[in-house]
Design a protein around this ligand. Structure first.
Ligand code: NAP
Length: 227
């Protein structure tokens, strides 16, 4: 799959999935700007523009970061919203602040980054979000998380409809448990081989960024390995 000089901004680009997506996009020939609240990895990311210390839930910060990304790459063809987080907490004895936090990080940041990106995207543009397979039906301890990711899924569908006239596609991946170091530490007895690897998700992201996916919009795509 080739992305031939496509100019792609990836949020959460210094996290586990973000780094895999940055590497896969670069390998496919794209120009990449990684935007994150965290600091860039030591030594930076070869060939990618690194924009650290950005809180994307702040619309002004998102606007500045996407403008800086477009400036560095000579324009913008796609946005991949990967920034996000997780909390396990029961509703009954949990804090309402957790609901605010997860909405802010998982949904508000994707909305603000997308609005900022839309100032730059042209026909043929792409927006890719990250929902969660677990958000299709909530379970104990994940009420706030799945509510925020359900929001990402409804946001994806709404924006896809809005952008059909502009020929910009909007889709979401729904991962199950990703094979990350924190998940391995939290669930040491699990069969890691069943979990979806960041590189497998990155392959699907590259496909959705490519010309070959131009007929797909508003899709919520489970990418769940063998879970
Ligand atoms: N891991 C899983 O099993 C799993 C399953 C389903 C879906 N997902 C979703 O997949 C995505 C990536 O997960 P991951 O495990 O790769 O996460 P990760 O390693 O924690 O990376 C997420 C990155 O997003 C950044 N970030 C958080 N809030 C931000 C904000 N407001 N503005 C800018 N950057 C922000 C984080 O920075 P800080 O370190 O400063 O917070 C971090 O660098 C997330 O959306 C997550 O919800 C993950």
């Amino acid at each position: 799959m080739q992305l031939k000089q496509r100019r792609i901004a990836i949020t959460g680009g210094f996290g586990t999935l973000g780094l895999a997506a940055v590497r896969a996009a670069l390998d496919a020939g794209a120009r990449v700007a990684a935007i994150d609240r965290a600091d860039p990895p030591a030594g930076g990311l070869a060939q990618a523009t690194c924009l650290g210390g950005v809180d994307l839930a702040d619309p002004q910060a998102a606007k500045q970061a996407l403008a800086a990304a477009a400036d560095a790459m000579g324009g913008l063809d796609a946005l991949v919203n990967i920034a996000g987080t997780f909390r396990y907490e029961n509703v009954a004895d949990g804090s309402v602040d957790t609901w605010d936090l997860l909405y802010r990080v998982n949904l508000r940041s994707a909305v603000a980054a997308s609005q900022a990106a839309l100032e730059h995207l042209q026909a043929g543009g792409r927006i890719i979000n990250i929902g969660a397979a677990s958000a299709v039906k909530a379970g104990a301890g994940v009420g706030a998380y799945t509510a925020s990711k359900s929001g990402v899924m409804r946001f994806t569908e709404a924006l896809a409809e809005e952008l059909k006239e502009r020929d910009i596609t909007v889709n979401a991946l729904l991962p199950s448990i990703i094979d990350t170091p924190p998940n391995r530490a939290d669930m040491p007895k699990a069969d890691f081989s069943r979990w979806v690897r960041p590189e497998q998700l990155a392959d699907v992201i590259v496909f959705l960024l490519s010309e070959q996916s131009s007929a797909i919009t508003g899709a919520l795509i489970p990418v769940t390995g063998r879970v």
